[in-house]
Design a protein around this ligand. Structure first.
Ligand SMILES: Nc1ncnc2c1ncn2[C@@H]1O[C@H](COP(=O)(O)OP(=O)(O)OP(=O)(O)O)[C@@H](O)[C@H]1O
Ligand SMILES: [Mg+2]
Length: 372
């Protein structure tokens, strides 16, 4: 706006200056008048470039009006004598019109080009986003394929291991009966039984994950399930001198799910948090309701003050058998993810070295009328 006013002022000033030159220069210096006459093209062309057709025409008209009295009253105004000057006035208007028209077209074209460039940039960005998404999905598919083949093989293996394990345990128990506690052989057999139990536990865990299980989906209160798990893990937390807090619920936080499976998922997450948190640390479980599009979710956040997980490790923690613990199976989070996703929810981990860890579970809110 300010620059428009300055431009108009400049044009008016230059027209005024050129006209004054005409009106004040004696007529016998006609060669000077011939030069001044051409000066008018300058503001006319400028006005056409700056303001388009309308600007060019208004300026050439203004020049004609200011210049005409000079021809009429100072030069006498005879049509044949001053023919060349009248023609110049016509030329002013022709030049104003044509230059204005051309500059206007140019401007319209450049606006259109800009719009096309903008559209192209948007399409390019959308395309890039899509291709990134395709690459991620492809990667996930490849990994899933690898895991499923590996999983099938491992499931067969696990099944084959379980039966001999039962026999080993049984025979070890019989052998133990031959010795008294305190006898070194009794201790060895005890270790054998304990280790067999541990192995059996791993195999059971694995099979539970690999085998599609019948889920009992029914109305289920997240408040009740979480309270139960927190009570269950409370003594463990106290032994480790960790403050385990479940922020109070206002309602029941109802979802459709299998209570036992959800408890197992929450237990895995809380156990990980307790194992990672140092003495005098804390594990806080908070919750809120969120919406994603039309769907409503309960978001449960398990936050611990542990050492956190580096970026590279976070990429792998949901993979079966990934563990950084000497006695871990690496199945906890893999099972948990499967359970949560089986409930139409999502599981996400946010962490960084020194920043603690946040495990976020989202589960769909039980819809009204969806009681069973
Ligand atoms: N809250 C946490 N803080 C730091 N690291 C974590 C946390 N939760 C999980 N992890 C990391 O993710 C790995 C995988 O966890 P996951 O529960 O699947 O297996 P695990 O705990 O090692 O074994 P298991 O659960 O069978 O005892 C862990 O070994 C650990 O390195
Ligand atoms: Mg674990």
């Amino acid at each position: 706006m300010k620059s428009t006013i300055i431009r108009i002022g400049l044009l008016a000033l230059s027209i005024l200056a050129i006209s004054l030159l005409h009106y004040l220069t004696p007529l016998h210096l006609h060669y000077l008048h011939d030069i001044f006459q051409r000066f008018y093209y300058l503001p006319i062309i400028l006005a056409a470039i700056w303001f388009g057709l309308r600007g060019g025409l208004i300026c050439s008209l203004a020049v004609s009006i200011v210049y005409a009295p000079h021809i009429l009253f100072q030069w006498g105004g005879g049509l044949t004598l001053e023919m060349e000057k009248y023609l110049e006035i016509v030329m002013y208007n022709v030049v104003g019109g044509i230059t204005g028209l051309l500059s206007q077209r140019e401007r319209e074209r450049s606006i259109e080009l800009e719009k096309t460039a903008h559209g192209l940039e948007e399409s390019y960005n959308a395309l890039r986003l899509q291709s990134e998404r395709i690459i991620t999905i492809e990667e996930q598919l490849r990994r899933a394929e690898r895991l499923s083949t590996l999983g099938e093989m491992a499931a067969v293996l696990a099944h084959e291991i379980r039966n001999p394990l039962g026999s080993i345990r049984g025979t070890a128990e019989i052998l133990r009966d031959d010795y008294q506690p305190g006898n070194p052989k009794f201790e060895f057999i005890e270790i054998q039984i304990k280790e067999t139990d541990r192995l059996n536990h791993v195999v059971e865990d694995f099979l539970r994950m690999a085998r599609p299980q019948a889920v009992e989906m029914r109305r289920c209160s997240l408040r009740e399930e979480l309270e139960m798990i927190v009570t269950l893990t409370g003594s463990d937390a106290r032994d480790r001198h960790i403050k385990l807090v479940l922020e109070p619920f206002k309602g029941d936080a109802l979802v459709r799910g299998d209570g036992e499976k959800l408890r197992q998922a929450f237990l895995n997450i809380i156990m990980n948090a307790l194992q990672a948190t140092p003495t005098d640390g804390n594990v806080i479980i908070s919750h809120r309701q969120t919406a994603s599009g039309e769907a409503l979710y309960y978001e449960i956040c398990f936050r611990d003050s542990g050492p956190g997980i580096d970026e590279e490790t976070v990429q792998h923690i949901f993979e079966p058998f990934f563990t950084t613990k000497a006695d871990g199976t690496g199945l906890g989070l893999a099972i948990t993810k499967k359970i949560i996703e089986g409930h139409g929810g999502t599981l996400e981990v946010k962490s960084g070295i020194g920043a603690g860890t946040e495990v976020i579970v989202q589960l769909p809110v039980l819809a009204e009328g969806q009681e069973q």
